[in-house]
Design a protein around this ligand. Structure first.
Ligand code: HSE
Length: 424
């Protein structure tokens, strides 16, 4: 049986998950995959003597993993620069590489040498969900229409808590931090950057593109309020933070933002820290994948799937996928040309004619109103919220209409606009 000697970089929760699973399942994996996994080296800047390294030698020097007794480097140190250096050094030293590092792949995938023959990154997107192998192998015979989903568990936890408990964004974030779902510095998650890294990877794989992280439109969830979640609920929608890659006639939409999802969609009911990815393609139709997007053993499960498949392909030059290599010429669509429905919440003075003026501004830009809510003002209240759902329009048209609405003397605060996905 082929033996694969592993060098693990990092000793965080995912690395510990990998060590634990190998300890428990080495013979099962060998029986199923035909490869015997042996951990020969572990390197981490912070030693953790309490962790069972399965007989591997330990060093605080990451370069120790480039030694001859390592066939495959598993990069689990996180961060960007040091991880990229290690991956490059490992590829140059003829090692296979497995990484969970979405930032490195999304931002540097185009420069990484021989990416899809030597580097596995299943664990970089949606944790345990085998979405990369589904796109690359399970759906290889398809043309993709869209790949979209909930790909940041922290945002999903926060939006779920806001919906279920009426909590504010700030309170839900603090809770997510207390429970260990959100980092002490939650910027990457709540501003949509983590989801954008993952979307850039999915987009490249599904649409045979380079890794286009810099061209993605990225919005986070900090502006979503409990009021918007309540209004959306009244209109039959949930607010989810989605990554969306969609092929339309003019190009590929690539965007990450809060989105109203109809209650009738399964995606609307994927709650808490769970992730879900909806894939629409021509032969297979619609497929939906859901599961934990983070966590030690869940992510380790994806890491080990890469370890085994890379080991099985070792020595073969078989093409795995065309992302970053054979690249399609379909352009990423500028955001102004993207089309979607819109949820609008417009705070206005409680005066006659406001609703009509807003409707007029929309109609002048060819935008039709699909639904609207306006509540009676409560006693003593001088402003009211006009809440509307519009039919599909281009970003350019809805932005131009909103510029006009903002100028109305009756508008009494920031207008909230959240895109709506109809899933047609
Ligand atoms: N921080 C990510 C999330 C998990 O909240 O989904 C790792 O990508």
């Amino acid at each position: 049986m082929q033996q694969i000697r592993l060098g693990i970089a990092g000793l965080g929760t995912v690395a510990c998950g990998v060590l634990e699973i190998i300890a428990q399942r080495q013979s099962l994996i060998a029986a199923r995959g035909g490869v015997e996994l042996v951990v020969t080296r572990v390197a981490s800047r912070t030693p953790k003597p309490e962790i069972d390294l399965l007989g591997a030698s330990f060093s605080t020097d990451l370069d120790s993993l480039l030694a001859d007794d390592v066939d495959m480097v598993i990069e689990l140190i996180g961060g960007e620069e040091a991880a990229l250096d290690l991956i490059n050094a490992a590829v140059r030293a003829d090692k296979l590489v497995v990484t969970a590092n979405k930032a490195v792949i999304a931002k540097h995938g185009n420069e990484l040498q021989d990416l899809r023959n030597t580097i596995g990154f299943e664990a970089a997107v949606a944790g345990a969900i085998p979405i990369i192998s589904s796109i690359e192998r399970g759906l290889i015979a398809n043309r993709f229409e869209h790949v979209m989903g909930i790909i940041n568990g922290t945002c999903n936890y926060i939006l779920t808590a806001m919906k279920e408990e009426g909590a504010s964004f700030a309170d839900a974030l603090v809770r997510a931090q207390e429970l260990g779902y959100a980092e002490a510095d939650p910027t990457f998650d709540v501003e949509g950057i983590d989801a954008a890294h993952k979307l850039a990877i999915l987009l490249a794989l599904a649409f045979d593109q380079p890794f286009n992280f810099a061209q993605l439109h990225i919005e986070g969830i900090a502006q979503v309020t409990a009021d918007d979640i309540r209004y959306a609920d009244e209109l039959g929608y949930r607010i989810k933070h989605l990554g969306i890659a969609r092929q339309v006639d003019e190009g590929i939409e690539a965007r990450v933002h809060p989105t109203l999802v109809p209650n009738s969609q399964l995606l609307a009911h994927v709650d808490g820290v769970m992730n879900a990815v909806l894939v629409k393609c021509d032969a297979a139709g619609d497929t939906l994948y859901s599961g934990p997007g983070a966590g030690g053993s869940a992510t380790a499960s994806a890491v080990l799937s890469d370890v085994v498949s890379l080991a099985q392909r070792k020595g073969s030059n078989m093409r795995i996928a065309s992302a970053g290599a054979e690249v399609s010429s379909v352009p990423i669509l500028p955001m102004a040309q993207v089309r979607s429905g819109n949820y609008l919440r417009i705070p206005t003075k409680d005066e006659p004619g406001v609703f009509a003026r807003v409707a007029q501004a929309l109609s002048q830009h060819g935008i039709s109103i699909e639904a609207a809510i306006q509540k009676e003002p409560k006693a003593g209240q001088t402003t009211v919220a006009i809440v509307m759902l519009t039919q599909m329009s281009s970003e350019a048209d809805i932005e131009a209409a909103m510029d006009e609405v903002r100028e109305l003397p009756q508008v009494a605060g920031e207008i909230v606009r959240i895109r709506v996905e109809g899933f047609d």
